[in-house]
Design a protein around this ligand. Structure first.
Ligand SMILES: [Cu+2]
Length: 619
């Protein structure tokens, strides 16, 4: 595949290389199948950089909205990548008219049809090939093309830098091919457009979800490069009257490689922390809130680069009330957002977390929960009401430092956007209905009131190259307590956990490593019952949660206790749970769960043994 990738890249680079590639092709390719390159030649050249991005300091424009029509949202997307002069690689979803990362807007019960074209090139192989082309003495590498049978995109599970697929994060849709399977589904660059076709459940909570690639081993590079977009299930105002009539603003915060990696911290920083680098080359947590971050952030693709963090711009009408729908699409960066007027934190009225209105599903929560900052781990979402500043008052959206532990990445305080209040600010494109028809009540009791069938214990751990150096991690695990930790094995046919649809379980997730991890499970939401030994009984749901780090001195490993809801019949099948810090996920911190149909025979003896050994924590 790399050779073919290099060849196709050669075709598009310039005429000279194109001629050479054709010469090589004519001389060596013997089979028509080789000349997928011929079909490439018939396609229009991609624009010079299909993943163009706005300048630092510019307006954080909202992504384009694609709305369903007569119950169907039909979308064509292509995933491109492009190598940048600084050596980084951007990834981008693009519509046929060139709009990047559109927001997919569907209603409960709609059908979503998404045709994904994989337009990735192997940038590493292409760069090597370009070097060879300039070296007349370079030998021509082996056969350029070989006849190859097209792999079944539903079954191949291929894990290469140019494979891709889609995960619909947070959606309660079946974990099967053409819907939300990411274990076997793998789309290659010469595949025809791959069609996703799914029914949005009629009872899907209305809120902010998202789509991103999920190829094991390559999730980080694709998401860090920008492959992500919002998916909104419409009707939040039908669940939560507090937002009815409000204009809504979609803000996607991503991370990316540092634009100025060699710059010293800004002179305005009160301390200059020592800069350490971990095994992945990321700046290690300084514990000070200052110093070089491991990654830059962007807001709606406007970069806010280290060291000066020039903020993007958000323009609002003075004192306007808006619903902000914020997605942390970062590969590894935690957020802790606050809105400051003249440095004073303002109330943020939380109405939904991870796509689910806080007062939904029979939860006892109020409609709005006022806070003055909100943590959003990678992959998570928060939707909250913001009241804009009065005209002329300086205001900022910032993220505050997150302490990721001695082995974690540095995540300092930084600005994201300057909020400018002016009367002539343009209207936002979307506004929620001011007279919504209320959604029916939840059919099932609040999960917090359901007795769990069993309790399981899992734990995050890392293998340290140097036992006394938490920054030296070389392997990442999530294991069921009692089992030997092992990295995720895509070839294993055995699920790590088997549960039965219709049941509710409590999971205790421990962190035995010295950095923060970010537990996520596909297909379902859970309730956070305890966090670090403190009962919290959150009256709302999440699909992603931080698990605090071990500091080497605690008597007990930090843990969270989650009430896992396996009641929805849509989730029958096999899917994943993992750390949503994607270099941990790619490194093996992932496991599989199989949800068996409710009417299946009782769990087999071996499975029961597997899930209830000695340290089974009965309740
Ligand atoms: Cu992690």
């Amino acid at each position: 595949m790399p050779v073919f990738g290099a060849l196709s890249r050669g075709l598009s680079r310039n005429a000279e290389q194109g001629r050479l590639a054709r010469r090589l092709g004519a001389g060596i390719c013997l089979f028509a199948a080789c000349l997928a390159s011929a079909s490439l030649a018939r396609e229009p050249d991609p624009p010079s950089d299909p993943c163009r991005r706005p300048e630092a300091g510019s307006a954080a424009a909202e992504p384009q909205d694609l709305r369903s029509n007569d119950g169907v949202l039909s979308v064509d997307l292509a995933l491109f990548n492009s190598k940048q002069p600084d050596g980084s690689t951007r990834y981008c979803y693009v519509t046929p008219d060139g709009a990047p990362s559109p927001t997919l807007r569907v209603k409960p019960g709609d059908q979503l049809i998404l045709r994904l074209r994989n337009k990735l090139v192997d940038v590493a192989a292409a760069a090597a090939s370009a070097d060879d082309l300039h070296d007349p003495a370079a030998p021509i590498a082996g056969p350029i093309c070989v006849r190859k049978k097209q792999a079944d995109a539903c079954a191949s599970g291929a894990m290469t830098p140019i494979s891709t697929n889609l995960h619909f994060h947070g959606m309660t849709v079946p974990p099967i091919c053409h819907q939300d399977d990411v274990i076997k589904t793998s789309i290659q660059p010469d595949d025809p457009p791959f069609e996703y076709r799914m029914q949005i459940p009629a009872d899907q909570p209305p809120g902010l979800y998202w789509y991103h690639p999920h190829i094991h081993g390559f999730s980080k590079v694709q998401v860090l490069g920008g492959a992500s977009g919002a998916l909104i299930v419409e009707g939040i105002e039908r669940a939560n009257r507090a937002v009815s009539g409000l204009p809504e603003r979609v803000l996607i915060i991503r991370d990316q490689e540092l634009l100025n990696p060699d710059a010293p911290p800004a002179k305005s920083e009160p301390v200059v922390p020592k800069n350490l680098v971990d095994n992945d080359g990321d700046a290690v947590n300084t514990g000070t809130g200052f110093g070089k971050p491991s990654k830059d952030l962007s807001i709606n693709f406007v970069p806010v680069p280290y060291p000066d963090y020039p903020p993007a711009t958000l323009t609002m009408k003075p004192r306007a009330r808006e619903l902000w729908r914020v997605l942390n699409a970062s590969a590894i960066t935690y957020l802790n957002l606050a809105v400051l007027f003249r440095r004073t934190p303002q109330p943020l009225g939380i109405v939904a977390i991870d796509g689910v209105p806080i007062n939904f599903n029979g939860s006892p929560a109020p409609e709005v929960n006022a806070v003055n900052h909100i943590g959003i781990p990678p992959g998570a979402r928060a939707e909250f009401i913001v009241e804009g500043p009065p005209a002329g008052v300086p205001a900022l959206l910032v993220t505050r430092s997150v302490d990721t532990g001695p082995g974690g990445e540095n995540d300092p305080n930084r600005a994201l956007a300057s909020i400018v209040a002016v009367a002539e600010a343009p209207e936002l494109r979307a506004r929620l209905s001011s007279n919504p028809e209320p959604l029916p009540r939840a059919a099932l009791p609040w999960v917090g009131n359901v007795a769990p069938t069993r309790v399981r214990k899992l734990y995050f751990s890392e293998k340290l190259d140097k036992p006394n150096d938490p920054t030296s991690a070389s392997a990442f695990y999530i294991a069921v307590d009692g089992q030997t930790p092992a990295p995720f094995d895509p070839a294993s046919g055995m699920p790590d956990i088997v549960v039965k649809q219709g049941e509710v379980e409590d999971w205790i997730i421990e962190n035995r490593s010295m950095e923060l991890h970010d537990f996520h499970i596909h297909q379902l939401h859970f309730q956070l019952l305890e966090w670090s030994g403190i009962p919290v009984n959150e009256p709302f749901l999440r699909d992603t949660v931080n698990v605090p780090y071990y500091n080497g001195r605690m008597l007990q490993y930090p843990r969270v206790r989650l009430r896992m809801d396996f009641r929805d019949p849509n989730i029958v099948g096999t899917f994943l749970f993992h750390c949503h810090v994607l270099e941990h996920e790619d490194g093996g911190m992932m496991g599989t769960i199989r949800v068996e149909p409710a009417d299946s025979p009782v769990l087999s003896k071996s499975v029961v043994n597997q899930t209830s050994r000695g340290d089974y924590d009965a309740r």
